[in-house]
Structure formats: C-alpha cells, structure tokens
Write a protein that binds this ligand. Structure first.
Ligand code: 3H9
Length: 676
C-alpha cells in the first residue's frame, strides 16, 4: 500500500487550491514534490480551472528542501522539474505564504506568478547557513526582483525578511489578512486569473552592479573567512546579472553540486541536526510535565551574574539579583543597564527595550528575597566551600520544587547537591562568557537530578535562545575538559621551540576565532593563578608574576598597544627561552602539522573518553558545545565530526606518534571504519 500523498487539492469555483500537509515544516521531500507536480498538472489539465493557489497546512509554508534527503540517491520528481512546470503553466499560480518560506520553499514561491503573504510570514534563502546556495533557481530569480544589492544580503548572509519588507522590495504582491490567508489568496487569484501575459520572473532582467558586489565583499569579508558557500552565492548573483536565465541556471546548478558534495556543507548540515538533537534527553520522556519558571533568582551581580540575568530579562522573565555589598550590586545592575542601552543605540533592540528589561530586575542584598523564585542560579566565586555554604542557605530559603542551579564551570555538581536535602532539584547551568551573547548552555546533570528538572531547564534554554547540551559531572564537563589537553600541549610546544604566534596562527588558520594564547590573554593570564610571585613553576606563572595578565594589562603572551592590537613580545620570548634552557629541552623546528596533531587530536581523544564515560549523550553534542561555546569553525562541523573527515586511523596514528594514550573507543572506531 502506498502512503497517502501529503498534497491534496480543493476546488473553489475556477480556482484550484493545492495544499501541502507535511508536518513539521512542510519540507519539500519526494512525496511533497510528487504531490505538487500532480496538483499543478491537475490544474493545467482541467479546462474549468482558471488559476491555482498553493498553500500549506500547519505552522509554515514550505521551509525548504528536505535536508535529510541530501547525499542520498534521488527519488521522485526533482524540485527543478516541479518548479519548471509551475513556471511554464499557462494558468497563473499564486503562492499563499505563512510562517517561514525558506530555501526551496522560497524558490517555489518565486516560481509562482504571484505571491501573497500574511504579515507574520518571513521569506528567505538561508542555504548559505548550510554551506549551500539556493539550488532551485533562487539565485537567478531573486536578483531579477530585488536587484543585486538586496539579493546579496539575502543569499550570501541568509537572513530572512518579514512580509512587509518583502512587499516593499517586490517579492510579495499583496500582504493579506493574518487569519484569512486562504480566502484572500483565492480572491486574489480570481482577480488575476484572466490577466495576460502571465508575469514570470525568468523573463525579467537585472542590471550588473559591480560596486554593490565590491562593497558587499568588503563589508562581510571577515565574517565569511574560511567558508566556501558565500563566494559561490555571490558568483551566482553576479551570473544572474550577466547571463541569460537558462545559462545562469546552469551555472547555479554546477555551483550547487560542488557545495553539496563538499565537506563544508556536510559539516554545516551535521550541525543543523546536531543542534536540534542536543535538545533531546535520551532517558527523559519528551512529554514530561515541566516545572513553571516565572521568576528567576541570580546570585552574584558580576560579569557572569549580570549576563545570565539579561537572558531572562530579555525573554520577559522577572529576575531578582543578589549581591553582598550595595556598591557591587549597583555596579552590576549599572552594567546590565549600560549593555541594554548600547544595544538600543546600535538599533539591535527597540528603543524602549532597556526600560522594559530593567523594570523586570529587582536588585537586593538579601538571599531571603529569593524565597518565591522558581529557579535560582548562583554565579559566585568558583570555590567549592563557597558554593556549599551558599547551597546550604538556599536549601533553607528556596520554596519546595524550586530548581537550584550552579553556574560552575568545573566543580562537582553532586558534591554541591549533597549539602541540600533536595539533590533532585539541583542542576548545573554553565553559561559561557559573555553570558548574554554566547549561545551555549551546558546543562550539567547530577547523579540525582530529576528528569523534570532537566527537561524544564532544556526547554527554558530554548526560550532564552540558547543552544543547550546535557553534560555529566566531570572536571570541566564537556567543553572545558577538552580545552585542558589542548592547553597542556600548547604549553609543551612552547618549551620545545614553537612560539605563541605560531601556535595561535595555526588555530586561526584552522578557523578558530583565536588561538590558545590569544584566548589566555583575553580571559586573563592570572585566572587560576596561585598569586605567589615568588613561586614560578611555569611560563604562565612567570608572566603572571611580572603583571603580564593579558589584555587588561596591555601585556600577556603578547604586547598590546592602546587599541589592543597584539605584537609578539620579546620579553615573553626571553621567558620561554629561560624556561627551556633550564629544562634542558633542545629547541627544534615545530611544523604546523605537529601543532594540529598535538593540540587538536588530543581534544578528539578526550571527547572519545567523555563518550565512553557517558558524560555526553552523543558525539554530535560535543560538536555543538565546541561550535557554540568556543567558536570552532562550523564548516568543520565540531571536533568529533572533523575527526571523521580527517580519518580516524590518521587521528589515532597521530596520537600514537606523539605518545598519547588513545581512548579505546577511538581505536575501535578507527579499526572498524565506524563512527564515534
Ligand atoms: C534547500 O532548500 C536547498 C534548495 O535551495 C535546493 C534544492 C535543489 N528538512 O527547527 P525546528 C526539521 S536547503 C528536513 O526545531 P522551529 C528539524 O530537524 C533548506 N527537516 O523548528 C526538526 O526535526 P525534529 C533550506 C527539517 O520552529 C523539525 O523539522 N531551508 C527541515 O524552531 C522542527 O524544526 C532551511 O535551511 C528541512 N529543511 O524552526 C530552513 N527544516 O523535530 C531550515 C526543519 O526531528 N529550517 N526540519 O528535531 C529552519 O530554519 C527551522 O527548522 C524553521 C522552524 C525556521 C523552519
């Protein structure tokens, strides 16, 4: 028995309405494409039909091609065939858009002869974010409507535009009623049914605009560094302005196939699904009732506490923030206000947003004021005794059922939970600095953390627009635990003859925003330092003892000018040399390849151990941590995905060559040709 088609047709007098019902997002998979083809054929063949409307049930118009089909053998009608048929129809077709008309969905709309949309709809070609380009005519049709400049923004950046803007630039012919899309689209179709010639985007032309292309490249060059897809998108838009439609289509196809079969797009598609998968907790029923979180308490108004608070305030959730001293409290809330005002000044948020957010913030010096909070997050000094004392107090103050969270980045959440009478309510919520900006949230699951606590925190993370990953209790959880072997090796490499500049350059060329020593300088060389200038046991100790604490002191592993531009430091070179000579290590030439093998392969190895110990649910979760928490280049798909593209046998051989103990699971996967 064949499955029923997700596409049905309904007749409204002379108008045929073709309806897709393919949850969750009406992706254009084989069955949808076949159904669409059949629907349009039906409309074309039926003499009583004068025009057609295409619309979708559910939450959205087609949100794109079905990404799960990519890389698999083709099935059914291709999107090109369907789109060509729609374009060529001698009866006008109206796209009736709600939700998100994205990618292939937007391309379907562009191949229709008219487009109507509800005000809340958005349209866009986000393929570039998947390492692709719109491969079903989007790069050729869009510029013909909106011009080269606007098309570049839409395809090479990939951000969608709302219906009103789409109407302004000619992408949408009419904005219709929010609750009456179908009726309004049918009425519109009746109006245009007899109009000839039928407007086809392919018949339009667009003038070349080399200045706009140049300006775009200049403005976005840095952001696009390392990525293949933006340049291909730009080339296709240029082709639309220089080549006849069919030649442009051919060029688009070639470029699309190149990207589709490449590693970068595979990596970016992997991350798209990994991010969504990360939200799922293997052994917690997705239907678990969530605890209500209508009021949040944050302890600590420092950089971290302030940033954490902003996430909730921006989502409209009231926050009570606690500090020990009035001065620190005032300083902390002042910084929060300043951050909001700076965002408003840059136009990133509405002008009244700072006042709205600040009105939700209640500063206090008393922990007792947290008694009515549903979730309390501590962001105090990273010290076990301090945290234990605090959780003992919270246990006495918090209402029954409140979730008690620690923002610790290393400490044992079980040990913290054990001081309370309710360890099932305790969880780690590890935000990354700056907490109002960084997307990652590591949710640390204690041995006794209740399933509904975990589910509530994961759902809340989505509400505050974070990407959450569940981690088990271990030193540094997923991210910082993997950072540690990288740092250890980077330090060793300095002793053997590499320079901070070389090591950092290799990481930046790999695609990281910065290398390990640039990161130290940014975070503070003095972080975790024992504070005894006479005790010098490492290069880092020596730097800290001399007050080279990083960017904040204009000196760390690098020297900095007043604009914080780094230059290699002769003093640091001396310190390294001094250490090396004392340790009797011979200085040798270190290759870039060795730096990759010794700093990045051990991260993969640590990731494998994390999986073996069950401290991460899946390898792709580890990738999500590194993409969203540490700026691992998304086009390399995270360390675990990258290891597969390097070849696991090569990674294992590299680790063995440098004397690392290789994780059993990594060895086994390399030997069997399997995956981590
Ligand atoms: C393309 O179109 C290429 C063409 O130019 C050329 C072809 C020749 N396919 O995000 P959510 C799943 S490339 C398959 O949680 P939201 C998603 O995995 C495509 N599955 O919901 C999730 O599954 P699960 C261009 C898809 O409301 C479920 O749907 N289009 C696709 O937060 C719900 O998704 C895009 O890049 C897909 N295309 O956000 C748009 N999309 O429940 C990609 C979603 O099992 N999609 N799923 O975890 C999105 O940006 C968001 O999903 C959307 C909804 C905004 C639509």
């Amino acid at each position: 028995m064949t499955a029923p088609s997700p596409i049905r047709t309904e007749r409204h007098g002379e108008i045929l309405v073709i309806i897709s019902d393919s949850p969750p997002v009406n992706a254009l998979g084989a069955a949808v494409r076949d159904g669409l083809e059949a629907g349009v054929k039906e409309g074309v063949a039926d003499a009583s039909i004068k025009a057609m409307v295409i619309r979708c049930d559910g939450r959205t118009f087609f949100a794109g091609a079905d990404i799960t089909e990519f890389g698999k053998p083709p099935k059914g009608a291709s999107l090109h065939e369907v789109i060509d048929m729609m374009d060529a129809s001698d009866k006008p077709i109206v796209a009736a858009i709600h939700g998100t008309a994205l990618g292939g969905g937007c391309e379907v709309a562009l191949a229709c002869h008219y487009r109507v949309a509800v005000p809340s709809a958005v349209m866009g070609l986000p393929e570039v974010k998947l390492g692709l380009l719109p491969g079903a005519g989007g790069t050729q049709r869009l510029p013909r409507i909106v011009g080269v400049k606007a098309a570049l923004e839409m395809v090479a950046i990939g951000d969608p535009i709302p219906a009103k803007k789409a109407a302004e630039v000619g992408l949408v012919d009419k904005v219709v009623g929010e609750g009456s899309l179908e009726a309004d689209a049918i009425a519109f179709a009746k109006e245009i049914a007899g109009k000839r010639p039928i407007p086809r985007v392919r018949d339009k032309t667009v003038d070349p605009d080399p200045e706009a292309v140049e300006a775009f490249r200049k403005a976005h060059g840095r952001k696009m560094r390392g990525f293949d897809a933006p340049a291909a998108n730009i080339a296709c838009v240029v082709a639309a302005s220089e080549k006849p439609f069919d030649e442009g289509m051919k060029f688009e196809r070639e470029q699309f196939m190149k990207l589709m079969t490449g590693t970068q797009s595979a990596a970016q598609r992997h991350i798209f699904f990994a991010e969504r998968q990360a939200a799922k907790i293997d052994d917690v029923d997705p239907k678990t009732p969530l605890r209500p979180v209508n009021k949040v308490g944050v302890i600590g108004a420092g950089t971290m506490g302030g940033g954490i608070s902003m996430n909730f305030l921006s989502a409209g959730i009231p926050v009570t923030i606690v500090e020990m001293q009035q001065e620190a409290l005032d300083r902390g809330t002042g910084v929060v206000r300043k951050n909001y005002e700076a965002s408003a000044a840059k136009g990133r948020i509405k002008p009244d947003a700072p006042e709205k957010a600040m009105a939700l913030l209640t500063p206090t010096l008393s922990l007792d004021d947290l008694a009515d909070c549903d979730l309390i997050i501590e962001a105090v000094y990273e010290n076990m005794d301090v945290k234990k004392e605090l959780f003992t107090k919270l246990d006495a103050i918090a209402r029954p059922g409140a979730i008690l969270a620690s923002n610790t980045s290393y400490l044992n959440v079980d040990e913290i939970a054990a001081v309370t009478k309710r360890p099932e309510d305790v969880v780690g919520m590890h935000f990354f600095s700056p907490a109002n900006v960084m997307k990652l949230l590591e949710v640390v699951r204690g041995e006794k953390t209740a399933g509904d606590v975990l589910a509530t925190v994961m759902a809340l993370a989505k509400k505050i627009r974070k990407v959450a990953v569940v981690a088990g209790v271990c030193h540094g959880f997923i991210g910082n635990r993997m950072l540690s072997p990288r740092q250890i090796e980077a330090n060793k490499l300095l002793m053997e003859g590499a320079t901070p500049e070389q090591i950092d350059r290799v990481h930046v060329e790999f695609g990281m925003p910065m290398g390990p020593f640039q990161m130290s300088d940014l975070a503070g060389v003095d972080i975790g330092w024992h504070r005894d200038p006479t005790r010098i046991e490492s290069i880092r100790d020596a730097l800290a003892a001399e007050g080279r604490w990083g960017q904040k002191k204009n000196a760390g592993f690098y020297d900095y000018d007043e604009k914080r531009n780094p230059t290699p430091s002769p003093r640091v070179a001396e310190i390294i040399e001094d250490f090396r000579s004392r340790s009797n290590l011979p200085k040798r030439e270190i290759t870039d390849e060795e730096i990759v093998e010794r700093t990045l392969y051990p991260m993969v190895n640590e990731g494998a151990l994390i999986l073996e110990e069950g401290k991460a649910q899946r390898a792709s979760d580890i990738d999500v941590v590194w993409i969203y928490g540490y700026g691992w280049p998304v086009y390399r798909g995270g360390p675990m995905f990258w290891a597969q593209t390097e070849g696991l046998p090569k990674v294992v051989a590299g680790l063995e060559k440098h004397g690392f103990k290789v994780a059993e699971s990594l060895k086994a996967a390399a030997e069997s040709g399997g995956k981590l």
